[in-house]
Design a protein around this ligand. Structure first.
Ligand SMILES: *Cc1c(COP(=O)(O)O)cnc(C)c1O
Length: 392
C-alpha cells in the first residue's frame, strides 16, 4: 500500500471497545491489572502493556505504530518536542569523555545543546564540514559516539552526501543520526541512504497546522541497545514522553500530511522561482532551484520535492526589518510548516543571543529572511512579499 493509505489505515493495536474509528485520547495516567502476575510482567517488560503514561500510552503508541508502518523502522518513540527527541537520543548515545561529530550548520537550540549544555557533562561537540568527507574522517576517533546532522540544514540549507557520512559511521561502528525535519519521512527513506536513527520535530509538518509540539525518534534497529535505552531508561528517567492529547492531534496531522506537504512544497517552488527574478532580492536559497549548488544531490536523496522552507537575502538587516514590518498576509512568527506562511529574521531572533563570531561561524547572516511557505494561494503570498519589498 502507498504511504497515503498507510497513514490513514494502519489498524489499531487492538480493536477499540466501542469500535471507535479515530483512536480515542486515553487520558489516563495509570492502567489496572487483573492480577499481580500480569502487573509484574508489564512492569518488568516481559509483556508489553501500558502501566503508567510516562512511558506508554495507547494513543501515543498508535501514533508510533503508524510511523513505524510508514518508515519500516524497528521502533518509534514519540516525545513532547523535537528538542526532547534530539536531547534524549544524544544522551542515550553519549557519556562523559565521548565526542559527537557534527556541523555548525544547524538549528540554533541543537547547536546550543551540543556546544554548551553537553559540554558541562564532559561531552565534546566536534564541528566540521560535513560536505567534506575527509574533514569528517579526521574528526572521528575511538571516543566518537555518533555523527549527527540535519538533512537540509536550518537555515543555511546545506545538504551533505548521506551515503558518504554513512560509510564513515559504518567503518567506525557508530550510529549516523539524521534530523529529517525539513523533508517529511513519507517522501524518502533516510535509512535507505544509510542513517541508523532518524529524528523529526513533529511540531512542524506532522502536527497538522502547528497544533502542538512533538518529536519522534525513529530507530532502524542497527544498534539494538539504543532502543532499550530509550524505552527502558530515557522515558523513565527524563520523563519527556508525548502526551495523549498531542498524539491524537498529531495522528490527525499525519493523516493529512501528504496532501498538505505537496501543496506547500509546490507553493515553495513557485515562490522561490518568482522571487529569484524579483527586484530587491539579492538571492534565493532553496535546494529546489536548478542553480542551487545542492540541487542535484538533494533531488537524488530526497526526490523531486525540496520542502517548504525558502530563504531570501536582501541588502541589509534594515531592509529585512522594513520588509517584515510591511507584510500584511505573511505572519511574523517562528516555526516551520504551519498551514500559514511565516517569515522570520533568524539572525536577530533564533540566533539573537549568539555572538557575532558564532553567527559568522554558523553562516547565519543578518541579510537573511527565512520563509515557511503555507497552504495559501502562491500568488497571494508572492504579492504580499512584493508589496512589502516595494514599501521597504
Ligand atoms: C524546529 C526544529 C527542531 C526543534 O523542534 P521543536 O519541536 O521546536 O523542539 C529541531 N530541528 C530542526 C531542524 C527544527 O527545524
Amino acid at each position: 500500500m502507498k504511504k497515503e493509505t498507510i497513514a490513514i489505515d494502519t489498524p489499531f493495536e487492538r480493536r477499540d471497545a466501542f469500535g471507535a474509528l479515530s483512536m480515542p485520547v486515553y487520558n489516563s495516567v495509570a492502567y489496572e491489572f487483573d492480577n499481580a502476575n500480569d502487573m509484574a510482567d508489564a512492569f518488568t517488560g516481559r509483556v508489553v502493556a501500558p502501566d503508567y503514561s510516562r512511558t506508554q500510552n495507547p494513543t501515543v503508541t498508535n501514533l508510533e505504530r503508524r510511523v513505524m508502518a510508514l518508515t519500516g523502522a524497528k521502533a518509534v518513540t514519540a516525545l513532547n518536542s523535537g528538542m526532547a527527541a534530539i536531547s534524549n537520543t544524544i544522551i542515550a548515545l553519549t557519556a562523559a569523555g565521548k565526542n559527537i561529530v557534527t556541523s555548525r550548520h544547524m538549528f540554533g537550540n541543537t547547536y546550543d545543546l551540543l556546544a554548551n549544555t553537553l559540554k558541562r557533562f564532559g561531552v565534546e561537540a566536534r564541528f566540521c564540514d560535513l560536505t567534506d568527507i575527509s574533514d569528517v574522517e579526521r574528526n572521528v576517533d575511538a571516543n566518537t559516539c555518533c555523527i549527527f546532522f540535519e538533512i537540509i540544514t536550518n537555515p543555511q540549507m546545506e545538504v551533505a552526501d548521506i551515503s558518504k557520512l554513512a560509510a564513515v559511521a559504518r567503518k567506525n561502528n557508530i550510529p549516523l543520526v539524521a534530523d529529517t525535519t525539513t523533508i517529511p519521512f513519507t517522501m524518502f527513506s533516510v535509512h535507505d541512504l544509510g542513517a541508523d536513527i532518524e529524528i523529526v520535530s513533529s511540531t512542524k509538518y506532522l502536527s497538522g497546522g502547528a497544533t502542538s509540539l512533538g518529536g519522534l525518534i525513529i530507530d532502524y534497529g542497527t544498534f539494538p541497545d539504543f532502543n532499550k535505552r530509550i524505552k527502558g531508561e530515557m522515558l523513565f528517567n527524563f520523563g519527556a514522553y508525548m502526551t495523549p492529547q498531542v498524539a491524537y492531534l498529531q495522528t490527525l496531522g499525519l493523516e493529512t500530511l501528504s496532501a498538505r506537504y505537496h501543496v506547500q512544497a509546490s507553493n515553495a517552488l513557485t515562490l522561490a522561482k518568482r522571487l529569484h527574478d524579483t527586484e530587491g532580492i539579492k538571492s534565493v536559497n532553496y535546494v529546489g532551484l536548478d542553480d542551487n549548488p545542492f540541487h542535484e544531490l538533494a533531488q537524488k536523496q530526497f526526490g523531486p520535492t525540496a520542502g517548504a522552507m525558502v530563504c531570501i537575502d536582501l541588502e541589509s538587516q534594515e531592509a529585512c526589518f522594513r520588509m517584515l514590518n510591511n507584510l500584511k498576509l505573511v505572519h511574523r512568527a517562528t516555526n516551520l510548516f504551519d498551514s500559514r506562511t511565516l517569515a522570520i529574521h533568524p539572525y536577530s531572533t533564533i540566533y539573537g543571543n549568539f555572538t557575532t563570531e558564532q553567527r559568522a561561524a554558523m553562516d547565519v547572516h543578518d541579510t537573511t529572511i527565512r520563509l515557511s511557505v503555507g497552504l495559501e494561494d502562491a500568488g497571494d503570498i508572492y504579492d504580499d512579499i512584493v508589496q512589502a519589498l516595494r514599501k521597504a
